[in-house]
Ligand binder design. Structure first.
Ligand code: NAD
Ligand code: AHE
Ligand code: ZN
Length: 382
């Protein structure tokens, strides 16, 4: 029986309150309105930003909400006026949409799209309402994606169709972590051949910065992590050097990097979210031209600081969301790169979970041995 135009009742992991476990329960998902798309989510990754929002520390976080922003699935139905995807298309959810019409999209200078950012930040669809209801209450959307529900509704500009033969348990990870690091190296920094690169933090994001740096033919790729187990990960992904700041016997990590690179790195990346690390990453850049890219999401209320002299003497501090990647224009290319064997994805998956095991996926993220969990949203085994 067709579900088109009808409310679908399915399972979702709902965050009712900050700091509490998600609750796996029934949710009603209304049909898509004009310029909206309803997607059956097959697989979702779990990102630290989901955990950050669940902790209640995100200034934009509001509850009750369906979290999740690293999802892949199949279009179930589309609202009036949708032309970019159709039922049956295999898609990846885009928390950074691309309308191709707004000042941001037309600037050619950024991947940030302004069209629906205000409503997305408030947890509602562009018309100001929610498509989710549970226990008789409206439930908020998250990052325009809400991939922790078996069905979700997104703005059409927040969805991109990808080749149908690409496995969705892998393409979901291109919805955030891998694309973010890879794009940060290739697009935001635009690392050049032979450049020295310092990467702080070897999680999913830092490891994908390594891949982007290699694709752009970087020279030395130095990874810094306080977890000694990350040395093996970093080297497996192609890092040339690894530093554990705790092994430096009094020397600062900044001085170590400056010593190793004859004056400092051409590019550094913060992939930790720690503001002290962000400062070290900037100060480990080469005088005159070194650029440091902030990717990590810092805890609420945290601020970055450095001596202005660091910038006066030519270092550049910048940052990016989703690696500077324009989702609708560029994500299908990354999927092809993966399918052609030119971009690692499988290697990031350390854990697999079912929807009822969603809280366990959050738990394992706290351990040092999780790079990414992929949650099978159709599997209801506890
Ligand atoms: P992760 O926790 O898996 O990896 C972080 C790594 O940093 C870990 O290996 C940890 O050991 C290391 N680390 C922690 N403190 C350190 C220190 N003082 N010095 C050196 N290393 C240290 O996280 P992830 O999934 O790779 O994400 C990294 C950050 O990026 C998070 O803050 C996440 O929220 C953020 N993020 C941002 C975007 C974006 O678009 N800007 C997208 C995805 C994730
Ligand atoms: N809402 C938070 C900031 C969280 C944040 O920085 N989100 C990143 C994506 S992290 C993905 O894992 C992002 O896209 N930022 C750009 C944007 O427009 O949200 C806050 O501090 O208010
Ligand atoms: Zn994320």
């Amino acid at each position: 029986m067709s579900t088109v135009g009808k409310t679908i009742t399915c399972k979702a992991a709902i965050a009712w309150e900050a700091g509490k476990d998600l609750s796996i329960e029934d949710i009603e998902v209304a049909p898509p309105k004009a310029h909206e798309v309803r997607v059956q989510i097959y697989y979702t990754g779990v990102c630290h930003t989901d955990a950050y929002t669940l902790s209640g520390k995100d200034p934009e976080g509001a509850f009750p909400v369906v979290l999740g922003h690293e999802g892949a699935g199949i279009v179930e139905s589309v609202g009036e006026g949708v032309t970019n995807v159709k039922p049956g298309d295999h898609v990846v959810a885009l928390y950074t949409p691309e309308c191709k019409e707004c000042k941001f999209c037309k600037s050619g200078k950024t991947n940030l799209c302004g069209k629906i950012r205000a409503t997305q930040g408030k947890g509602v669809m562009p018309d100001g309402t929610s498509r989710f209801r549970a226990r008789g209450k409206d439930i908020l959307h998250f990052m325009g994606t809400s991939t922790f529900s078996q069905y979700t509704v997104l703005a059409d500009i927040s969805v991109v169709a990808v080749q149908p033969d690409a496995p969705m348990d892998r393409t979901c990870l291109l919805g955030c972590g891998i694309t973010t690091g890879y794009g940060a190296a290739r697009i935001t920094a635009n690392v050049s051949e032979g450049d020295s690169v310092g990467i702080f933090g070897a999680g999913c994001v830092g490891l994908s910065v390594i891949l982007g740096a290699i694709a752009n033919k970087a020279g030395r790729i130095i990874v810094v992590d306080v977890n000694p187990a990350k040395e093996e990960w970093a080297r497996k992904f192609g890092a040339t050097d690894f530093i554990n700041p705790n092994d430096l016997k009094g020397q600062s990590v900044v001085d170590k990097l400056i010593e190793m690179t004859d004056g400092g790195c051409d590019y550094t990346f913060d992939c930790t979210g720690n503001v002290s690390v962000m400062r070290a990453a900037l100060e480990a850049c080469h005088k005159g031209w070194g650029e440091s890219i902030i990717i990590g999401v810092a805890a609420a209320g945290q601020e970055i600081s450095t001596r202005p002299f660091q910038l006066v003497t030519g270092r550049v501090w910048k940052g990016c969301a989703f690696g500077g990647v324009k989702g609708r224009s560029q994500l299908p290319g990354l999927v092809s790169d993966y399918m052609n064997g030119n971009l690692k994805v499988d290697e990031f998956i350390t854990h697999r979970k079912t929807l009822p095991q969603m809280n366990a996926a959050f738990e394992v993220m706290k351990s040092g041995d999780c790079i990414r969990s992929v949650v099978d949203m159709r599997n209801l085994d506890a």
